[in-house]
Design a protein around this ligand. Sequence first.
Ligand code: DLL
Length: 433
Amino acid sequence: MIWNEEFETLPREALEALQLKRLKRLVERVYSAVPYYQKKMDEAGVSPRDMKSLSDLARIPFTTKEDLRINYPFGLFAVPFEQVVRIHASSGTTGKPTVVGYTKQDIDSWAELMARTLACGGAHQGDVVHNAYGYGLFTGGLGAHYGAEKMGTAVIPISGGNSKRQIMIMQDFGSTVLLCTPSYALNLADVMREMNVEPATLKLRVGLFGAEPWSENMRDEIEKKLGIKAIDIYGLSEVMGPGVASECIEEKSGLHVFEDFFIPEIINPETGESLPPGQTGELVFTTLTKEAFPVMRYRTKDISRLITEQCSCGRTFYRMQRITGRSDDMLIIRGVNVFPSQIEHVLMSIEGVEPHYQIIVDRQGALDIMEVQVEVMDQIFSDEIKVLENLSKRIEREIKDLLGVSCRIKLVEPRTIQRSEGKAKRVIDKRKI
Ligand code: DLL
């Protein structure tokens, strides 16, 4: 089902006209309300009057996490503080969190976007939405919650953690739609197995997973283990939270960006130059309607590509390819660029390997050492040493073939790698550079 036919199937021309109208208003509003942005635009020699066509957006300076840090906590809010009704924050890897605000209208838009996302994933009124995204400052829990209510589903605000209780509630309340990170979905599948709960006896039909990178192979794994369809959903706090883009259940191939609310661009992360559709680079978003915390050309550091071909589901919005990495997640191992997603891709394609792994990077002398710790299935772990040796050699060889760097493989017993209840921590970089 398409939640909002009128907007989600707009012909391209009408959509772009709407975007331009909204863009003009946005730039004017931001310029007059936020002195910091006004200064940046003045320095770049661009004024709101210059927004004559959508291509003029490229004249606006980028916004980065550094801009947010400088203005911590509320310096980039574009409305009087009395109009702010909600504050969220995302924990950075270092220092202070990134803080974002919402007006009443922003919360309504967000609910609309999450209702669209749920509909994209095949949810409908009457569904029991098991919302295991964390409630709190993280945008996942409350963001999804309001969308589920708007759609008219029965939402269970279970939040993350306490997996046994989650499963009991799934059984007793008849949860049909699961919302959580993909790594937590796998964690739940493992706990089901430990509890001898057969996933087929549950009513779960579909899961909307996001907030962290995952791969096509991990999707297969989740679908197989939980017996559901797994949908990729994307968003980030600075732009809104979840509800920026979503796969449709019809194609499960690329995530529709809700382009009446956000303009996506792809840039070369090194030069900042705009790239044409189809090319891979860093995703950049401009929010078209947000009141409290609008952003212009926000650099996400997420790597993707835009797909402009029409989708069979009927939505006309461009799709973004699933995120293949982050420009700042990239590890440089002995000079070679390595994305954790590439390692995951290798691991998930090998029989006997569990989807739980951690990459540990260290430096011995002047040499970078990468160790991949990965869990193997029970029966393999209790097998002969030779079997384990062969498996670890095979993983090592395949990683070397794909990435051109050698690494150490450490096969570990099932359930030894720490499980996440939210975003999984895949990389531990111990190098002091
Ligand atoms: O993770 C919002 C969200 C909540 C999205 C629930 C989807 C579901 P932040 O905590 O600000 O917001 O983190 C945003 O997470 O820049 C990506 O690097 C990553 N991310 C989010 N969704 C995906 C996804 C939420 N589907 C950051 N695939 C983003 C890969 C994702 N990475």
